[in-house]
Write a protein that binds this ligand. Structure first.
Ligand code: C5P
Length: 201
């Protein structure tokens, strides 16, 4: 049996944490689809052609702290606006979603484009300031030299690019459950997501 949970929303809203917790709770596999775009963006920063990079991604490209830098995040959102890059990454994501035993995919277009038939769709948001604060603390802990203002400006630039692009723009699916985590603890947000899955399983 396949069962798909689609989790979309802007950067640092809590998608990753919620996705991992839901996957662990139900024994589902998890795919952070942002990694596909980050890995492509990283290879473009190293001089490769975007479409060729997307078509030849290898599992080892999807790991590593160097994918988590602000530079790679911006490069990811630039390559993500290219319809040919997106097309090259669709088959892998769709196959992952249909794997036996259940799958959680998080990204920007999972509920709208990759898995419009997903059993559960969540759209996770939080205020710009809350998201920037979270990302700022994360990057700070890793020792990256960033300011709150630069992180906030980066997130806003990325959100604007992601929601205004013509190809698979970031937006909630019509049947997505909206989850605003601005004032929720991690546990409370996870509990709401787990509850939504339990109702459909
Ligand atoms: O989720 P994450 O911040 O790692 O995503 C990096 C970038 O990849 C996003 O800003 C977005 O441009 C792109 N992306 C996308 N579609 C997805 C996942 C990520 O366009 N499903």
């Amino acid at each position: 049996m396949s069962f798909t949970v689609a989790i979309d929303g802007p950067a640092a809203a809590g998608k990753g944490t919620i996705s991992m917790a839901v996957a662990a709770c139900f024994g589902f596999a998890h795919l952070d689809t942002g990694l596909l775009y980050r890995a492509t963006g990283r290879r473009v920063l190293l001089g490769e052609d975007p479409v060729k990079a997307a078509k030849t991604l290898r599992p080892e490209d999807l790991a590593g702290e160097e994918l988590r830098t602000p530079e790679v995040a911006q490069a990811a959102s630039k390559v993500a606006a290219d319809p040919e890059v997106r097309k090259a990454l669709i088959a892998f994501q769709k196959a992952f979603a249909r794997r036996l035993g259940g799958a959680v995919l998080d990204g920007r277009d999972i509920g709208t484009v990759i898995c419009p038939e997903a059993e559960v769709k969540l759209y996770v948001t939080a205020s710009d300031e809350v998201r920037a604060e979270r990302r700022f603390s994360e990057l700070n802990e890793k020792g990256l030299d960033v300011t709150f203002e630069s992180v906030l400006a980066d997130l806003r630039a990325r959100d604007a690019r992601d929601s205004e692009r013509a190809a698979a723009p970031m937006r909630p699916a019509d049947d997505a459950l909206l989850l605003d985590t601005s004032e929720l603890s991690i546990d409370a947000a996870v509990e709401k997501a787990v509850h939504a899955v339990k109702q459909k399983i």
